[in-house]
Design a protein. Structure first.
Length: 286
């Protein structure tokens, strides 16, 4: 019985040695085969509907040092270096490069997604992406995102960078909130920062300014604005108010459009004068 146990352990040990030997031989064979593989094709994938960077620009980055990939042995191509160079591009959020045994190098690009275009008071113009990072404009593509301008002090050093001011972060937070709601995405065309460094919203429909203040309690503020849109504006008219103040969480303050009242009075006066003229002319003719 004891001898049977010994032989069992010996057989198991031999089996493990044979298996490990097979793995080593197989790995050696793969390494030898890999050393002989030559790059035959480069496939580039750039998903999404943003076109900040195209295949030609990716090709330029891959060939930046004058090394042509096609025809080179895969083992002589520094895949990690290719990824590093791609990720250095301000429009590329993430890049993955890998080689197959058939000689194909695959490049997968994830572009940054702009949420807001920001123009500061020094006329510096840049995007803010979905992570709140500043990125430059592109010569290839203009993103259809809200524009924020006015008394904005946030500077841009022409490189990917974080937002430094509270106001800029509030603008980003507001833009993200708007982008996630189909109604407000369709209605809000622009964000403006006034002299008091308060955020104002510029709507596509209506001439009024919407005073948001800051990015605190956005759910409450936009809910109040929606209620005002549904209940007050249909009765008073879309141009009845020049300012809709929603910066206070518990109320909405509407400032009437005095020009509209003045124009209305002028219109009524002009209408009466025209009636008088018609009557007087009629008297003359008779």
């Amino acid at each position: 019985m004891f001898k049977k146990r010994i032989w069992r352990h010996i057989l198991i040990g031999v089996a493990w040695v044979v298996s490990l030997g097979g793995v080593v031989v197989l790995m050696s064979f793969i390494e030898i085969k890999k050393a002989e593989v030559v790059c035959k094709d480069v496939k580039i994938y750039i998903p999404g509907n943003q076109y900040f960077i195209d295949r030609q620009e990716v090709d330029k980055i891959l060939l930046a040092n004058g090394h042509i990939l096609m025809g080179r042995k895969i083992e002589n191509i520094n895949i990690h270096d290719l990824e590093t160079r791609l990720r250095a591009n301000p429009f590329i959020e993430f890049a993955t490069v890998y080689a197959d045994m058939d000689g194909t190098i695959t490049v997968q690009i994830t572009q940054r997604q702009p949420i807001l275009r920001l123009i500061n008071r020094f006329d510096q113009d840049f995007y803010v992406d979905q992570h709140g990072l500043k990125i430059p404009l592109s010569a290839n593509f203009t993103a259809r995102v809200p524009v924020a301008n006015g008394f904005i002090d946030e500077l841009f050093a022409n490189r990917v960078d974080t937002l430094h001011s509270t106001l800029a972060r509030d603008l980003f937070k507001t833009a993200v909130y708007i982008s996630k709601d189909s109604l407000w995405s369709a209605q809000i065309a622009q964000l403006y920062v006034n002299q008091n460094h308060e955020i104002e919203l510029v709507p596509r429909v209506g001439s009024q300014r919407i005073l948001l203040g800051n990015a605190d309690s956005l759910d409450t503020k936009f809910h109040n604005l929606l209620v005002f849109y549904k209940k007050a504006l249909p009765q008073a008219g879309w141009d009845a108010y020049r300012v809709i103040n929603v910066k206070y969480a518990n109320q909405v303050v509407g400032v009437k459009n005095e020009n509209l009242k003045s124009d209305s009075l002028k219109s009524k006066t002009a209408s009466r004068d025209t009636t008088k003229t018609i009557k007087d002319t009629a008297l003359i003719k008779n």
